[in-house]
Design a binder for this molecule. Structure first.
Ligand code: ADP
Ligand code: MG
Length: 789
């Protein structure tokens, strides 16, 4: 009766909503109840005639029935669901899988496969379609196809000087030759007169059809290498495709049927999804294309659904963890500030500011993402929000990922305030401004590099409430900084700021409103998934008159002229960036390569210019020291590994030269490009790529033509997929194996279902959601924006 109880609950809730007019179900409640199965009907509680009750009686009756239904429900669900995780076996190491030795296990570990779960979810990169069965006579040149034939003869042969195997096979339509290069041992394995399935491409040799190194297997077993959709798995040294296929097949056959599905049945039914065991099976060894797609859909749905559930609960934790202090708009203060600016806000800035102001005025803490390209004017909007906060008598904090960025914000905000009002004094890292509010306001910079006692003094002032606004790094919330009355916390650069920090923020004793800012243009579909716990404001318009950074993609042959160009810019008093190639293996290797490049450039190419180097292996202080000198104009050229991506502002820099440009994603290249063109001078972005792939070339030429960050992000997502798009390291997104974030329909479906489920059981505490709740926890543990990047 599970379904009935749920349905009845819904009907009764609807009835209550509609005012007890017996309109919730067609034909009336009485006739609905009459159709119920006997066990429930026998209950006295349901033995009534709803239609003959008056409104008050109806209300009372429904208020009695609802809790009773809940109890029935939970009593029912408890019985079949033991409190132990029925899928616990999934966490067993793969050594428990039949046929996997320690030796093999070590090889699989290199592929990221350590547990039974990993193995079941170790999906093929793709499938080859060998399902087309042909006779020998029907075989066509160049197509992937399969024949079943009898081995007439198999022998070792020297082919092109290499020991190989040659066989003659035949069926009722004819005979043909098959060769396997470099595999002499096969000659002994292929027994004469046995039946063999062969899959692969057929070529023509001296006018005769020949199978060259086809997949093969005896017809006695279930086919896994031939005659079907055959999976192609990622490999590592010492693991052959055949071996991996066989081991995965055995794992799937034995373990997949034991999986207990964690998706609530009503979700599977509504979303038309395959069961979990079936989906896993079909993902590896699909019966046909439809089932393969079905498997992909189910498994992709799982990923998106679990992410959504996690995001929803994060959002709820934030919003319901306590009340925030409403912050009133204070229009006059705002007007005065805005009219003091040397420019008018763009429409997009106005819209974003209004959205923020509306949130601030609520007791529910804001959690909003402000997204806008580099230079779109986020800082001004953030400053207006901070000023509003201070006008309400609260404190504001503004956190940046690095000290130099915090300094930059400090000096930008100070400048804005100095223009809007008057700077009354600077004491160490605290500046006082008057003319903005009836009272003076104090803005402070709190970073690690200031002196100990100065820092202690600042912390005291913050705690006592003497300071109104604090700029700093994320360390602001990690160190012993306590605010007297923090009203708004702004965090710059989302993906370095995770859940942990957010809860640390909360532990600062208050429930501040939270505004997260990012310059990474995130396509809407991705934003919904990744930042679904945040409301979204987008500044999708650049201030008028922004220069377009001239972008061109050069062949390495043109590096010399590019250097000359760069030199001319430097001679004209400007500065340049040179970005070294992305090396994914390790930061250490990347740093080494960058050091070599730096030495080459400073000794051979620009011996007379002032060069600086930053890479990820430098200590924070060293790195910031170099960047600071560059910003101060003490260096002409900054050579950098991709770490400089995070926004430093050097208006005098006009050239951005990117080596190995094809290795970067569009979004990232666009970020780099945003480092120049920030001043008055025409600026340039030069992309150098050694030998880009077709897809790489496409990306580079898109970048030459397009200057809109959002378009580029969409394009990037399309070309490379989400993992690459963000680089899983910093995305904070659980690894997606099946889901494509460009699949909007599935994303919406998962989101709708997650919201629906979340409404029923936000903590996933019902027994029937136990497995699901484990899955959510598992997916979100570790990676998800938790650890500091
Ligand atoms: P972001 O933080 O989004 O990268 P900023 O807020 O630092 O962008 O703005 C970049 C530059 O543009 C700053 O010099 C700022 O003063 C200026 N700016 C901001 N908004 C406008 C506007 N509406 N019109 C003209 N210039 C603007
Ligand atoms: Mg900025």
């Amino acid at each position: 009766m599970g379904v009935n109880a749920t349905t009845l609950r819904k009907i009764l809730e609807l009835e209550r909503e509609k005012g007890y007019l017996d309109g919730a179900v067609i034909g009336g409640l009485d006739s609905y109840l009459a159709r119920w199965d006997s066990a429930v009907k026998d209950s006295e509680l349901l033995a009534i005639s709803y239609s003959s009750l008056d409104i008050d009686q109806r209300r009372d009756w429904i208020e009695q029935v609802l809790p009773w239904l809940d109890e029935m429900d939970s009593r029912e669900q408890k019985a079949p669901a033991p409190a132990l995780n029925m899928n616990e076996f999934l966490d067993l190491p793969i050594i428990n899988i039949k046929g996997i030795s320690f030796n093999l296990a070590a090889k699989f570990r290199r592929l990221g496969v350590s547990t039974v779960r990993d193995m079941l979810y170790f999906f093929p990169r793709r499938h080859i379609d060998y399902s087309k069965r042909k006779t020998i006579a029907q075989l066509e040149i160049g197509e992937e196809q399969t024949v079943v034939a009898t081995v007439w003869q198999a022998r070792e042969a020297l082919l092109g000087g290499r020991r190989s195997t040659e066989a003659i096979v035949g069926d009722e339509t004819g005979n043909m030759r098959v060769v396997w290069f470099n595999q002499p041992y096969l000659a002994k394995q292929l027994r004469t007169n046995s039946k063999l399935a062969l899959s692969g491409k057929v070529s023509l040799y001296k006018g005769v059809k020949v199978f060259q190194s086809p997949e093969y297997e005896p017809l006695t077993e279930e086919l896994i290498h031939t005659g079907r959709l055959v999976p192609l798995y990622p490999l590592t040294r010492g693991l052959s495709p055949r071996q991996v296929r066989r081991l995965v097949k055995e794992t799937v056959d034995f373990w997949a049927p034991q999986l207990v599905d964690f998706l609530p049945e009503e979700v599977s039914v509504r979303a038309r999804l395959l069961g979990l065991s079936e989906a896993i099976k079909q993902a590896h060894y699909p019966q046909n294309e439809q089932l393969k797609d079905g498997a992909r859909k189910r498994l992709a749905f799982d990923e998106l659904f679990l992410i959504q559930l996690g995001v929803l609960s994060r959002r709820r934790d934030w919003r319901e963890g306590g009340e925030a202090r409403p912050i009133k708009p204070e229009r006059q203060v705002l007007e005065r500030f805005l009219s003091s600016l040397p420019f008018a806000l763009t429409q997009a800035q106005k819209r974003a500011l209004e959205e923020i102001l509306a949130d601030l005025d609520k007791v529910r803490p804001m959690s909003r993402l402000l997204q806008g390209e580099v230079g779109s004017g986020k800082t001004v909007v953030a400053t207006a929000a901070l000023l509003t906060t201070v006008a309400n008598g609260y404190q504001g904090a503004f956190m940046a990922p690095t000290e130099i960025l915090a300094e930059q914000h400090f000096s930008n905000i100070s400048q804005l305030f100095a223009e809007a009002g008057e700077e009354k004094g600077a004491e160490g890292n605290v500046r006082t401004f008057s003319g903005l509010l009836p009272r003076p306001i104090k803005v402070a910079l709190l970073i690690g590099s200031i002196k100990k006692n100065e820092k202690r003094e600042l912390q005291r002032a913050i705690w006592e409430g003497e300071v109104d606004m604090v700029l700093g790094t994320h360390a602001l919330i990690q160190e012993e900084v306590e605010f007297q009355r923090l009203g708004l916390a702004i965090v710059d650069e989302q993906h370095r700021f995770g859940v942990m920090q957010r809860s640390a923020l909360r532990q600062k004793g208050t429930n501040p409103h939270l505004l997260v800012m990012t310059a990474t243009p995130i396509p809407r579909s991705l934003a919904l998934t990744l930042y679904g716990d945040l409301d979204l404001s987008v500044i999708d318009e650049l201030p008028p008159g922004r220069q377009v950074v001239v972008t061109s993609w050069l062949d390495p042959d043109y590096r010399e002229p590019a250097y000359q160009f760069l030199r001319r810019e430097v001679e004209a008093g400007r500065q340049a960036f040179i970005i070294c190639p992305l090396i994914e293996e390790s930061e250490a290797i990347e740093a080494k390569a960058a050091t070599r490049e730096y030495e080459r450039l400073s000794e051979e190419v620009f011996p007379d210019l002032r060069l600086g180097l930053v890479h990820g292996r430098l200590k924070t202080g060293e790195k910031e020291g170099v960047m600071r000198r560059f910003r101060a104009g003490e260096l002409d050229i900054l050579v950098a590994t991709p770490v400089v991506e995070v926004g430093i502002d050097v208006p005098n820099a006009t050239v951005m030269l990117i080596e190995g440009a094809d290795r970067f994603g569009l979004a990232q290249l666009h970020q780099f490009r945003g480092r120049v063109g920030r001043g008055q001078q025409q600026s340039y972005c030069i992309l150098v790529a050694e030998a880009p792939s077709a897809e790489g070339r496409e990306r580079l030429s898109v970048l030459e033509r397009t200057h809109d960050g959002f378009l580029l992000a969409e394009e990037d997502l399309r070309l490379r997929g989400p993992g690459e798009f963000f680089g899983t390291r910093q995305s904070g997104l659980p690894d997606l194996k099946m889901a494509k974030l460009s699949d909007l329909r599935l994303l919406e479906l998962a989101r709708t279902e997650a919201i629906r489920l979340f409404k029923q059981d936000p903590e996933l505490s019902r027994p029937q959601h136990q497995l699901l709740s484990w899955e959510v926890a598992r997916l979100w543990q570790g990676g998800v924006g938790g650890a500091e990047a």
